[in-house]
Design a protein around this ligand. Structure first.
Ligand code: ZN
Length: 240
């Protein structure tokens, strides 16, 4: 079974389409939250994921878009984009976002947006936090997003091994418990502006990272037309 693992799409339909084209056919699509926020096409992204039968979890932006007070913690640009998102999305989109659970368990994998301990807000940015996260779940593996930076933590003989995966890098799921971040589809922050994603192959026991080029100018034009903050478009060009 091949599973596309996508996180932090952030209303960037053009990046999502580029990733889906790059990956080709899969048996399932799992998303790790922040489907909306920042970008210009929230309804279209939700429609696309719903049509794919994608399953996933709620991010802080999804919770805010559905009406939650998470918006109170957003920086000014994120808040301006979220206020636009709330005014723009359809009731169908709002209800779909509101229905996302904070956690999902699918076979050997627990999915969250932030961290297993605090699925909405905690950023897993160190091996110590990854260890704490793994101790908070009962499945062999965990999947998370939120940082917008692809990373893999593998626990082998009690020690944590950290990999900052590049496109094409693979982690063997049989070597130990893992906590894996596919990076961000719609707003990468690791210095590489290409859309980031991961594919799990359960038969091979692997997780493999990939990057897809997409038309950033076209997304920026849609953001300008929508009146979204200019800085949010500019950061797409540098992937930071
Ligand atoms: Zn995000």
């Amino acid at each position: 079974m091949r599973i596309a693992v996508l996180s932090d799409i952030h209303s960037n339909l053009i990046a999502l389409e580029a990733v889906l084209a790059h990956i080709g056919s899969v048996d399932a699509v799992w998303h790790l939250g922040d489907v909306v926020g920042y970008g210009p096409e929230p309804d279209a992204v939700v429609e696309r994921l719903a049509a794919l039968g994608a399953t996933g979890v709620r991010g802080n932006h999804d919770a805010a878009a559905a009406g939650g007070n998470e918006i109170d913690w957003f920086n000014p640009d994120a808040r301006a984009a979220m206020e636009w998102t709330r005014l723009t999305i359809s009731e169908t989109t709002r209800a779909w976002l509101d229905g996302l659970p904070p956690r999902r368990v699918d076979a050997d994998f627990t999915s969250v947006h932030g961290s297993p301990r605090d699925p909405i807000w905690e950023y897993v940015t160190s091996a110590a936090l990854a260890r704490a996260g793994l101790s908070a779940i009962s499945t062999e593996h965990g999947l998370h997003g939120h940082t917008h930076i692809p990373i893999a933590f593998t626990q082998v003989d009690g020690r944590m091994r950290t990999l900052a995966p590049r496109a094409g890098n693979t982690v063997a799921l049989g070597e130990g418990r893992t906590l894996l971040n596919p990076g961000s589809v719609g707003q990468p922050r690791d210095g590489d502006p290409r859309a980031s994603f991961m594919v799990i192959n359960t038969d091979a026991g692997t997780a493999t990272w990939g990057r897809a080029d997409y038309d950033i100018d076209a997304v920026a034009a849609k953001m300008h037309a929508a009146g979204l903050p200019v800085r949010l478009a500019e950061r797409l060009r540098v992937g930071a």
